[in-house]
Design a protein around this ligand. Structure first.
Ligand code: ATP
Ligand code: MG
Length: 433
């Protein structure tokens, strides 16, 4: 196949946009007599004038040859070996062109100890291009003459702003169902449309995600929701029936929404995530997942309580059940599940502010996240707004003011008012069901 080659004047990628370390790697390989290209997401993003997340290099040098060319290089991966070239904390990934069907060969070719042999996996640049997922992800920037090499029509699609799978869409989704999720991620992130032929099979094939290991789905899910476009991504995933395979419990709670309430809670959480990312704040993955699963936890607590379990046991068991159910779809590493439990568990403690309780809660390491969670509930009708306001003030004022707030609470919370509040809370509960 003869590729289309876009010479330097025919595209807008200039070397100033390429990281100095990536350039060093490209030039070194070239000077050693190898072919060297930037490939994948970085070329796609550079063409859009965006700063790439990282720079990936493809070459005809074998991993061993790459290692010999760089002192600061380590080979990784078993099934397919990659070279990592280190510059302090910056890593440039260098991959040897990958041949077609390397999976099959990998499974068959083992040495007498069962170790995989890799010698047959490498291929030509053309083979490397066609095994990639989308046409816009298969463009190669050649360091030899600064041209872009295109075997799959990626440049036309890029100009048209269109996501298109390389090859037959259904076959490619069946090969790797995660490509359906990647389709959504890139379409949203790049504001690209989706080629109709590539869109159609997704509705039918979404179920194939059930076969993907939960660990991989967790990694993909984080990329989906933590890259600044969570709201749109969520909408599109639901549209294609993909969200249900990532977070079935959340999908379920969305389907029995009442007055738009549960839906609003998750939507608001996604919106806040995007806002935080937009202003450069950090995002804890557990927070968003804890909002996804909140309704499921509440329902389970209710059931457990009705079955006669004491409150705290009802909660612990509900949290465990929901976490283990979710973990079948996307793994929840211990640090995530522990944090989620804490955030959920602290919710009941916000209304218990008497004596030293409010101060103890404030000192809890997970207070901040739990408070954010409370705000979100209050904003969407799931918690008492006055309570949220009280806690906002409590954090802002001096120690003496804090003391005053708590003692005012102790004095001014006559039985009457407490009694009054109870039915109101129950009513709210019923509304939320
Ligand atoms: P991002 O900016 O989000 O990292 P990316 O395009 O670099 O986007 P990666 O997941 O880093 O995405 O993958 C790098 C490249 O590897 C892709 O551009 C694509 O060419 C190829 N690739 C990744 N995943 C797949 C897949 N599941 N099937 C085929 N090719 C893939
Ligand atoms: Mg990448």
């Amino acid at each position: 196949m003869i590729p289309k080659v876009y010479t330097r004047p025919e595209h807008n990628i200039s070397r100033d946009q390429i990281s100095a370390n990536a350039l060093k790697v490209l030039y070194r390989l070239k000077n050693e007599g190898y072919e060297a290209y930037l490939v994948g997401g970085c070329v796609r993003d550079l063409l859009l004038g965006r700063e790439p997340k990282d720079f990936d290099v493809a070459t005809d040098a074998s991993p061993e040859q790459v290692k010999q060319a760089f002192r600061n290089c380590r080979l990784i991966g078993r099934r397919f070996r990659l070279a990592h070239v280190f510059f302090g904390r910056d890593i440039i990934e260098v991959a040897t062109f990958r041949g077609a069907g390397d999976k099959v060969q990998d499974q068959r070719k083992v040495d007498q100890d069962g170790r995989l042999l890799h010698d047959n996996n490498y291929g030509t640049i053309e083979e490397d291009a066609v095994r990639r997922d989308f046409t816009v992800n298969a463009l190669y920037y050649n360091i030899k003459d600064f041209s872009i090499v295109d075997y799959v029509g990626g440049m036309d699609d890029h100009r048209a702003g269109m996501m298109r799978l390389i090859g037959d869409p259904e076959t490619r989704y069946r090969e790797d169902p995660v490509r359906m999720i990647r389709l959504v991620r890139f379409a949203v992130k790049l504001s690209f449309s989706i080629n109709p032929e590539c869109e159609k099979p997704v509705f039918q094939l979404a179920d194939l995600l059930a076969n993907i290991p939960a660990a991989r789905l967790h990694d993909e899910a984080l990329k989906l929701f933590l890259s600044g476009y969570a709201v749109e991504t969520f909408e599109m995933l639901r549209h294609y029936g993909l969200f249900a395979h990532l977070y079935p419990l959340a999908e379920e709670s969305l389907s029995y929404e009442e007055d738009g309430f549960p839906r609003l809670f998750i939507a608001k959480a996604l919106e806040n995530t995007d806002k935080r990312i937009a202003v450069g704040k950090t995002i804890a993955p557990y927070f968003l997942i804890s909002t996804f699963l909140w309704d499921a936890v509440k329902n389970q607590v209710e059931q457990n309580t009705q079955a006669g379990l004491p409150e705290s046991v009802a909660f612990q068991q509900a949290a465990s059940a929901v976490i283990s159910q979710q973990a079948k779809h996307t793994t929840l590493p211990k640090y995530i599940s522990t944090a989620m439990r804490e955030v959920w568990g602290l919710q009941v403690r916000f209304s218990r502010r008497n004596g030293a309780r409010a101060f103890r809660l404030l000192d809890h390491p997970r207070f901040r996240a739990a408070y954010d969670f409370l705000l979100l509930r209050a904003e969407t009708g799931g918690a008492d707004e006055q309570l949220a306001i009280w806690w906002t003030k409590f954090q802002a004022v001096s120690e003496t003011e804090k003391q005053k707030m708590v003692s005012a609470l102790n004095k001014n919370t006559p039985r009457k008012r407490r009694r009054k509040r109870k039915p109101a809370q129950q009513k709210q509960k019923q509304e939320n069901e």
